[in-house]
Design a protein around this ligand. Structure first.
Ligand code: GDP
Length: 401
């Protein structure tokens, strides 16, 4: 009996084991999990796969001072030539472009100084207005000091007196007696005639190429014969842009292959201008923000190479008025790299900070000679302090209304 029970249990267990066995066999095999290697950390990848990007601010060592580029001298296409207007009286025509500076600087000061009582708070506001308009700390202090003295002397002030007072002080700060002559007249002796040479320098984007084009137009409008040199050989677009400007006014443009030695292009432009018996040659240079040493080497070389054919008459530093203190810092680097003879302050139409005219002259000790007052072809004007200050202070009739 017991043996029968044991045998029965054994048989049942054996049957259950038989039933379960196929189920297990049907299970899919356990997948093999492949663990991918961890991705390499980015820093490691860069250093292995890619060489470090070339430092854009480091200039190549100066090439030996030989003239190697084969320049392309593009003669103007006569059929498409414009007749630009003369440059005289331009700043008067463009004075409304200074409206933004007029609103914040000129009107602001007129209102403050017209108050019946001018207390210390008012003088603080005068100071604030000047500083906000980028006049700079040194000039602001001087202007405020002079105004305080004058206001004390005057006592009660009529609107006309306030205006005259302010006008005089702004003119003193701007330096109405500085020599702002732009040297664009050819040098002629009994046996030779050579063109005036103007180099345009400054950071990219400030408006160098546009200024070259606008100035060429203004000179052509004044009856001069002009040649343009595209010595910004790092950007083909700059040379194309200059060629377009030249084509519009019938001027010749000299350009080199992309990457050519800028000094050799400048040299060839001056040579072509002399051969054409031109009055002036305007040379556009590259404005990469490289090291001061690189900048000095490059601009110094352009100047030396050009001087083999005669003196450089103007080195014009193009500065964007909307960049404020940053622009001034960059300008100082250029000022140390090359002897700047004049400043072109562009985009004055786009800023309420017309006081930069005062600050930049004080920082660099060089007069503003030209101002850019818009993107239009004829929106460049010789800088005239009186017209500038009158534009800032606005029309007296308007102010009284
Ligand atoms: P570059 O890199 O220094 O040669 O600068 P560009 O000549 O190419 O000019 C850069 C930009 O500034 C262009 O869009 C110009 O039209 C603009 N520009 C140049 N001068 C003036 C100016 O006086 N007023 C305004 N509003 N824009 C200007």
């Amino acid at each position: 009996m017991v043996l029968g029970i044991v045998l029965g249990v054994f048989l049942v267990a054996a049957f259950v084991a038989f039933l379960k066995a196929p189920t297990r066999r049907e299970l899919p095999p356990t997948p093999t999990v492949e663990i991918p290697p961890p991705p390499a950390p980015p820093a490691q990848k860069t250093s292995v796969d890619a060489p470090p990007a070339p430092e854009p601010t480091v200039a190549a060592p100066p090439a030996p001072e030989t003239v190697t580029a084969e320049p392309v001298v593009e003669e103007p296409v006569a059929a498409e030539v414009d007749v630009p207007p003369p440059s005289a009286g331009r700043m008067v025509r463009l004075r409304s472009r200074l409206a933004r500076s007029q609103g914040s600087l000129g009107r602001g000061l007129l209102t403050l100084l017209s108050r019946d009582t001018i207390d210390d708070d008012t003088w603080d506001e005068v100071e604030e207005t000047l500083l906000t308009a980028d006049v700079g700390v040194g000039a602001t202090q001087q202007i405020v000091e002079n105004l305080r003295t004058q206001v004390k002397v005057l006592g009660a002030r009529t609107p006309d007196q306030v205006r005259t007072l302010l006008r005089d002080q702004l003119l003193v700060a701007i330096g109405s007696d500085l020599d702002r002559t732009l040297h664009t007249v050819a040098h002629a002796t009994a046996d030779e005639r050579r063109p005036a040479v103007l180099l345009m320098v400054g950071v990219n984007g400030t408006g160098k190429t546009t200024t070259c084009g606008k100035l060429a137009r203004a000179l052509v409008g004044d009856g001069r014969h002009v040649v343009l040199g595209a010595a910004d050989t790092f950007r083909a677009a700059a040379a194309d842009q200059l060629a377009t400007w030249a084509g519009r006014v019938g001027a010749t443009v000299v350009r080199g292959p992309e990457g050519a030695d800028p000094a050799s292009v400048a040299f060839d432009a001056v040579k072509a201008a002399a051969e054409e018996n031109a009055d002036a040659v305007l040379v556009d240079t590259a404005g990469r923000l490289h090291t001061k040493q690189g900048l000095m080497d490059e601009l110094g070389k352009i100047k030396r190479v050009v001087e083999r054919q005669g003196s450089v008459d103007e080195v014009l530093l193009v500065l964007d008025a909307t960049t404020g203190q940053n622009g001034l810092v960059q300008a100082k680097v250029f000022g140390e790299a090359v002897d700047v003879t004049g400043i072109v302050l562009t985009k004055l139409d786009g800023t309420a900070k017309g006081g930069i005219v005062i600050a930049v002259q004080r920082e660099l000790g060089v007069p503003v000679k030209l101002v850019g007052l818009g993107e239009g072809a004829d929106d460049l004007a010789p800088f005239d302090p009186e017209t500038f200050v009158d534009a800032l202070l606005g029309d007296p009739a308007e102010a009284a209304a």
